[in-house]
Design a protein around this ligand. Structure first.
Ligand code: FAD
Length: 390
């Protein structure tokens, strides 16, 4: 069906006026090459949604990305005013043994254009355990960091420019109806229709029930959505007059399944004149930090850090910022907890009726989850699945 035939057909059905077709003129489809010539609607413009759009664009498939808020990037959000380098309020490390940016960009090219640094604080490592700071060394931490750049900046440079015109902002999706041949997706303001839909909203958003599916999602999928605990997530950054802290301090949390707290030198490897300490927390501790007012948090955390650093945090404190991911209405948490049963993830990822596809850091095969690489890979898988299906 051509674009004109399609528009005629939906106008005959009385659907034309309120519906924005995802058929755009920005890309030429190549049905003979892929066997799929339809249109795709992507819900969410985080790492997964942007990746899916980018890969579809490359393949000449028509698509649109619908994003709830005024900004793309999701959990790759960055603050540029706090320090003299970008502060990653969500995704920060490049967590992988082999640093790869494929399928979005050639890794060699990226690494020659964006500087990264191995996070190897070596002896500058400590564990805060029942009131004692035990010094140790870092042995098997292979993550890297961007230097004066970020995951968000990588997407800005390599991914967003070619697809930004296809993102519809400020449009939280409320319902997805996949009963018919085409899928009807509605926000409060608009309706969209497409042949395939890729859902990339965070798992906690599906858990919240704020998107209504018609028909309901299959039972096993619904059970799995509800079963996997999404950790709370809270980050903070502090500027101090002086650097008195080691590169990394991990809190010993008991039981481990309750979450994680790390204090780390956020300016490590950066071209920066500032002393910036980061606080990363997920799970129970993140819930506690996030339940406090900003003033109460400042008081509590300075007291906590004074115990670790002999009163120096209060003495040298200049300012701080916080990011509570659990309170973001379109995120509602950090990511699926590290201790979840890996066998469950395949149910999250499974397409429904070959119309609904799921991509994002939780919709993986279960080998790993909860980071940007996973979001990119699962987007690539969804795009492959769509192209293989007619
Ligand atoms: C505290 C914290 C630290 C982290 N640290 C790292 C790290 O160091 N390294 C790393 O690789 N990863 C890290 N991560 C994980 C990483 O941020 C995520 O895995 C990744 O960004 C997820 O991308 P996504 O596209 O799956 O989801 P998101 O980035 O959450 O994107 C989903 C998008 O969907 C939108 N949306 C939600 N609901 C709707 C709706 N109804 N309609 C339309 N749009 C909607 C959202 O606004 C959002 O833009 C961290 C995460 C947190 C919270």
């Amino acid at each position: 069906m051509t674009r004109t035939e399609f528009l005629k057909a939906i106008s005959l059905l009385g659907l034309y006026a309120p519906i924005q077709s995802v058929l755009g003129k920005e890309s030429e489809s190549q049905p003979e090459k892929y066997g799929f010539s339809g249109s795709v609607l992507i819900i969410g413009a985080g790492a997964a949604g942007l990746s899916a759009g980018f890969l579809l664009k490359q393949k000449g498939i028509k698509f649109k990305i619908i994003e709830a808020i005024a900004q793309h990037g999701g959990r790759m959000k960055v603050d540029r005013s706090f320090a003299d380098f970008p502060i990653s309020l969500g995704a920060e490390w490049i967590s992988s043994n082999s640093i790869r940016f494929e399928p979005l960009a050639d890794s060699k090219k990226v690494l020659s254009e964006i500087q990264t640094v191995g996070y190897r604080p070596d002896k500058e490592y400590g564990i805060w355990d029942r009131g004692k700071l035990i010094r140790g060394s870092f042995t098997n931490f292979n993550d890297r960091k961007f230097v004066n750049s970020s995951w968000f900046d990588f997407f800005e440079q390599y991914v967003a420019p070619s697809i930004q015109d296809s993102i519809v902002y400020n449009n939280p999706i409320k319902s997805i109806n996949y009963e018919g041949e085409k899928t009807l997706v509605k926000s409060e303001k608009q309706e969209f229709i497409a042949d395939r839909v890729i859902v990339t909203v965070p798992l906690a958003i599906l858990q919240s029930g704020s998107i209504e599916f018609t028909p309901s999602l299959p039972e096993k999928k619904r059970e799995t959505i509800d079963e996997i605990l999404v950790w709370d997530g809270f980050k903070a950054f502090f500027e101090f007059e002086k650097k008195f802290y080691p590169a990394f301090v991990d809190y010993r949390i008991q039981p481990e399944t309750d979450g994680q707290v790390s204090l780390y030198d956020a300016a490590w490897g950066q071209r920066s004149m500032k002393n910036i300490l980061g606080l990363f927390s997920v799970g129970r501790p993140a819930k506690r930090y996030g339940s406090l007012s900003d003033e109460a948090f400042k008081e509590a955390i300075l007291q906590e850090m004074d115990k670790i650093f002999d009163g120096q945090s209060s003495r040298y404190y200049i300012k701080h910022i916080t990011q509570n991911w659990s309170k973001e209405p379109f995120t509602k948490g950090a990511y699926a907890n590290d201790h979840a049963d890996h066998r469950l993830f395949k149910y999250l990822q499974e397409p429904v009726d070959d119309k609904l596809f799921f991509a994002g850091d939780a919709y993986t095969s279960g080998h790993d989850w909860g980071n940007v690489h996973n979001a990119i890979q699962s987007a690539a898988q969804s795009v492959d699945e769509i192209l293989l299906n007619k």
